[in-house]
Design a protein around this ligand. Structure first.
Ligand code: DSN
Length: 478
């Protein structure tokens, strides 16, 4: 798309919106300005392409399309069929998967569809067969009661939240922790790394129905071949949530033992993180689970979002281009440059570095909680998020960590030199920030003291760092 076409498209859209509710048009414009000005280091965010963004704002949004391609509960879905089939085809080709389900609205939805598909396949289907009926409505009340008890009494083994796992991998307050009897594996306290022998031990003892791998805050690769061997040994279905690193799989940075697709029975992901697509989710699986996965809507999800599936098709097509592999390898090179820059300046990093797109700083080394550090960095124009570290004494709210990631800044074109400069800015803010106190003099986990002159100076420096790397350079909103 030419420079003028992009500007015209976005300007015209805003003009149309402004005529109805100017405050919405203003907020959209302000979001672009904010994103242009801030050093975005949130590991789960990115900047989708103009084509991806534009594919979301159109008439496809008006269509109900429950069901799947060619098998809908509504008439007139031929155009939705086209975009959904394209998105699924791109996903299958990109990841080498037998089946792709592109309807989930988010990563949590994708995980719920996957859990539901495994339960349906491994618990419900055998019960229906035994009762010699085709569907649950035909079960006797007694058999239905027994099946419901069995469905709600299954086990899942996943990575603990503080070791870097996700809420949906069985964290008790989350629905997954209520659906499953859950046990978690952590990381080795000395190295911060997954100890596969310990995972195997836990799996042998607990015998989960589902073994989950994948993370939101683990800065290392996972060996999915070993995890699959563990799952096979105990008869578990092996599920990988690759939401964070899907772009690294797509870009062939994670291959062999580190590519989850050939090893897992079922893989879930979001599409908006390192994959750089629209906000949404996706499930990949083999033929055995495909039918159950395709029942995701309406059995688990509300109506699909056809406009978002269109954007998924566009972004997945982009990820199949050769330059995406270069992008993916630059994400990791940048994360490693950032980690090295921080280590050189004395920061404490969980696992001592990274081999993916994220770095987890243990800010207790600076005498701060994650919350204090996150806010001090934000005051200084650096957008990150706080995150628990393994065995975090400050829990999931205040935390002791700051998670930083490079997918977004890599999209903007920043490289190794800028990563080192970013490490310097982060280190400056964290060394200049002191923990604050409550009004009664007791130490606060939220309050902090940072000289506003330091925050201003770092903000200016962060902004200068970005000036050579304009965001959406072809978009001029006037
Ligand atoms: N919110 C996502 C993240 O930031 O990692 C995970 O759900």
């Amino acid at each position: 798309m030419s420079l003028n076409a992009e500007s015209t498209a976005f300007r015209s859209a805003l003009e149309v919106i402004r005529a109805v509710e100017p405050r919405v048009a203003d907020a959209i414009g302000a979001e672009l300005a904010d994103q242009r000005e801030s050093l975005k280091l949130i590991a789960s965010e990115n900047y989708a392409s103009p084509a991806t963004l534009l594919a979301m704002g159109n008439w496809l949004s008006d269509k109900y399309a429950e069901g799947t391609v060619g098998r809908r509960f509504y008439a007139g879905c031929q155009n939705v069929d086209t975009v959904e089939a394209l998105a699924a085809e791109h996903a299958r080709q990109l990841f080498g998967a037998a089946h792709a389900y592109v309807q989930p609205h988010s990563g949590i939805d994708a995980n719920l569809v996957a859990f539901w598909a495994v339960l349906a396949d491994r618990v419900e289907s055998p019960a229906l067969k035994k009762a010699q009926v085709r569907q649950v409505n035909e079960l006797t009340e007694a058999d239905w009661f027994a099946l419901r008890r069995e469905l709600s009494n299954q086990r899942m083994l996943g990575m603990s939240l503080d070791a870097g796992g996700h809420l949906t991998h069985g964290f008790r307050p989350n629905i997954s922790g209520k659906m499953f009897d859950q046990r978690s594996y952590g990381t080795d306290p000395a190295t911060g790394l997954i100890d596969y022998d310990k995972v195997a031990e836990a799996a042998r003892e607990f015998k989960p129905l589902i073994l989950v791998a994948g993370y939101s805050a683990y800065p290392r690769k996972v060996n999915f071949r070993i995890m699959r061997e563990i799952a096979d040994e105990v008869g578990a279905t092996f599920m990988v949530d690759m939401a964070h690193f899907a772009g690294l799989v797509a870009g062939k940075v994670f291959t062999g033992d580190f590519d989850p697709v050939p090893h897992a029975h079922i893989v879930t992901t979001t599409t908006h993180k390192s994959l750089r697509g629209p906000r949404g989710g996706m499930v990949l699986c083999g033929p055995e689970l495909a039918d159950q996965v395709d029942r995701g809507c309406p059995m688990v999800l509300g109506g699909p979002l056809p406009h978002v599936m269109a954007a998924k098709a566009v972004a997945l097509a982009e990820a199949r281009r050769p330059d995406f592999a270069d992008y993916a390898s630059r994400i990791v090179a940048n994360a490693q440059a950032l980690a090295e820059g921080l280590l050189r300046r004395g920061a404490k990093l969980v696992t001592g570095g990274t081999d993916n797109h994220l770095v987890l700083i243990d800010v207790s080394g600076y005498g701060l909680t994650g919350r204090q550090a996150e806010q001090a960095l934000l005051d200084s124009g650096i957008v990150t998020n706080r995150n628990a570290v393994p065995q975090d004494p400050n829990g999931a709210w205040y935390t002791s960590g700051i998670r930083i990631g490079t997918p977004a800044l890599t999209t903007r074109g920043l490289g190794g030199a800028e990563m080192d400069a970013t490490a310097e800015l982060i280190h400056t803010v964290l060394t200049q920030t002191a923990p604050g106190s409550n009004p009664d003099g007791t130490p606060s986990k939220a309050k902090y003291v940072l000289d506003p002159a330091v925050a201003d100076k770092v903000s200016r420096q962060a902004n200068e760092l970005l000036t050579g790397f304009p965001l959406y350079p072809a978009v001029d909103l006037g």
